[in-house]
Design a protein around this ligand. Structure first.
Ligand code: FES
Length: 255
């Protein structure tokens, strides 16, 4: 279903960790249903105001019953600072849902591991919910700098949950790649900082396990019109916003 552009209302908005916001907005059920791995372009400032570009933010959760979408995002720059200042009842503009999202057919009947790093864990909740609905309960491996956030929520839809932090304040002190043994799985679905995803993809390739990654790029239009988000793949340049952000790791990291 094509992306739509519309205004929506903030229903709830709170900080869940230092620099991490969880925003719930209205998304009427007659609008296209977003799926895991898809994202929206968000904007709450005028076209002639800075920053020029809207902010691409992945879907953290979609609930058709309550007609809501949740965004879990990190406050990194001018655009996300403006988004973070929004309060209940205020309006923002969304374009989406856009992007290919994760292919659930691919995961059916398989042993699946979700691997996330930092704010890259944001789309994994919706992914775990959809996998559960499709009859697959994934295991979850996550890495954070200081402390984990929104972990209870993910635990409720995952089997084994393992955590690593740089700080050692929670879970194992170190990297999430120390926890993962890809040969325990048929499929590894990953989202996080690119060095982490490359490391996970390498581990998977060494053990002959398929790995799928969700890439992050700066985006202008978010709908495949400007070619500003191209990434190199084994089959040539691909548009991350429209042909991604979800790709086979072999295709983009060439393991
Ligand atoms: Fe314009 Fe991807 S952001 S084509």
């Amino acid at each position: 279903m094509p992306a739509i552009c519309c205004n929506t209302t903030v229903l709830e908005h709170r900080q869940v960790a230092t620099g991490i916001q969880l925003m719930t907005v209205a998304w009427p059920s007659q609008h296209p249903a977003p799926k895991a791995g898809q994202f929206f372009m968000l904007r709450c400032w005028a076209a002639n105001e800075s920053p020029v570009l809207s902010r691409p933010i992945s879907v953290h959760a979609y609930d058709r019953t309550t007609a809501t979408v949740q965004f879990l995002y990190e406050v990194r720059g001018e655009g996300t600072k403006k988004l973070a200042a929004l309060t209940e009842g205020e309006t923002l503009r969304l374009v989406g849902p856009t992007g290919n999202g994760f292919d659930l057919e691919d995961a059916k009947g398989k042993k699946v591991a979700l691997v996330g790093g930092g704010i890259g864990t944001a789309p994994l909740y919706q992914l775990a919910v959809e996998l559960n609905q499709a009859g697959t309960t994934p295991d979850y491996y996550a890495g954070f700098r200081e402390r984990a956030y929104e972990l209870d929520k993910l635990s409720s839809v995952c089997g084994k949950v393992q955590l690593a932090t740089d700080s050692g304040l929670e879970g194992v002190k170190g990297l999430v790649t120390q926890l993962l043994n890809p040969s325990d799985y048929d499929l590894v679905l990953c989202c996080g900082p690119e060095p982490m995803m490359r490391a996970v993809a390498k581990l998977c390739a060494e053990q002959g396990v398929r790995c799928v990654v969700s890439l992050e790029r700066k985006m202008a239009c978010g709908i495949g019109a400007c070619l500003g988000c191209t990434c190199h793949t084994s089959t040539g340049g691909r548009c991350v916003c429209k042909e991604g952000p979800v790709f086979d790791a072999q295709e983009v990291f060439g393991q």
